[in-house]
Ligand binder design. Structure first.
Ligand SMILES: [Fe+2]
Ligand SMILES: [Fe+2]
Length: 301
């Protein structure tokens, strides 16, 4: 007879180091997006609050992604699986490209009079503090934030109305970023598993990291709104909050998938959305600047 302990004990198998499906390739692609006067100030749904919120996310990316890269790179030496090693290379290259494009976008946000440098300074203080954590805990932070990013990315690719809400001048940047976030969604996680990361570490840091992400995004969006207070409108802000946090809201609808991370055997590819990636990947290539169209394999490692 099977005793209850047998049911509770996870199967003793030797898990594969990389669990990214074989039809997903993780290769960096420089895009060379241009940001200028052709972009409306309120480029998401013509909404003041929602646009400032997405701008706030963009301000978080360059330094945040550098943190992700550093935390994964710290464990590179212990990997012996060639597929996972190759994926780490791709992950580092992709995040480096995202940083470059978001630095360009953030310059545009700065040129609109937003206090980007002040926000970046404050973000640096927070990330410098996080860098004092043990290396594996830093990697747990990265896994957690990659989970949130992957959920946002999946939703953006899945829900047509969300993409259509974005002005077409900005849409390719976010679709491209969403594609690559999906492609490499399990890399940090697989490295964390190889590094002996525990369930307690990853789940605790999901809670903490999501809280800080929420605080920083809200704070930065609030600062931009304060800076742009001449255009403040209660009606538009209330509508924006509803779009983010109401039923089917951009952020509220991520909650069930966010909770999946607490399942003991969770893996980012439990939801296989590689078909979605393949579909958008074919479309996005045309938005790369001519110089980068044939692919850019520089990975800035
Ligand atoms: Fe990224
Ligand atoms: Fe990422």
């Amino acid at each position: 007879m099977l005793n209850s302990k047998t049911h509770e004990t996870p199967p003793v198998t030797s898990p594969r180091a990389s669990n990214t499906p074989d039809n997903v390739s993780i290769k960096p692609q420089r895009m060379g997006f241009e940001f200028g006067d052709h972009i409306p100030q309120y480029w998401v749904g013509q909404n003041y609050l929602v646009s400032h919120t997405w701008n706030a996310l963009s301000v978080l990316f360059p330094q945040g992604e550098q943190f992700f890269v550093d935390s994964v790179r710290a464990f590179r030496g212990l990997l012996d699986d060639s597929k996972l090693k190759e994926e780490v290379r791709g992950f580092i290259g992709q995040e480096a490209m995202h940083s470059l494009e978001h630095i360009a976008m953030n310059q545009h946000v700065h040129d609109q009079g937003m206090p980007v440098e002040d926000m970046e300074r404050d973000l640096k203080v927070l990330l410098d503090t996080a860098r004092r954590l043990p290396k594996r805990h830093q990697l747990a932070v990265t896994c957690a934030l990659e989970h949130v990013t992957a959920l946002l990315a999946d939703m953006l690719l899945e829900r047509d109305e969300l993409r259509e809400d974005m002005d077409k001048s900005m849409r390719p940047l976010w679709v491209w970023h969403a594609i690559e976030e999906t492609e490499h969604k399990a890399v940090a996680y697989d490295v964390f598993q190889q590094a002996g990361g525990t369930y307690a570490e990853r789940t605790a840091y999901l809670v903490v990291s999501t809280a800080f992400l929420g605080l920083m995004t809200t704070w930065f969006a609030g600062r931009m709104m304060l800076n742009d207070r001449k255009n403040f409108s209660i009606r538009s802000s209330a509508k924006g909050l509803w779009r983010l946090w109401g039923p089917k809201g951009t952020f509220s609808s991520l909650i069930p998938a966010w909770l999946e991370y607490f399942k003991p055997g969770f893996h980012p590819w439990d939801k296989d959305n590689s078909e979605l990636v393949a579909r958008f990947k074919a479309e996005i290539q045309q938005y790369a600047a001519p110089a980068y169209r044939d692919g850019n394999r520089r990975t800035l490692q």
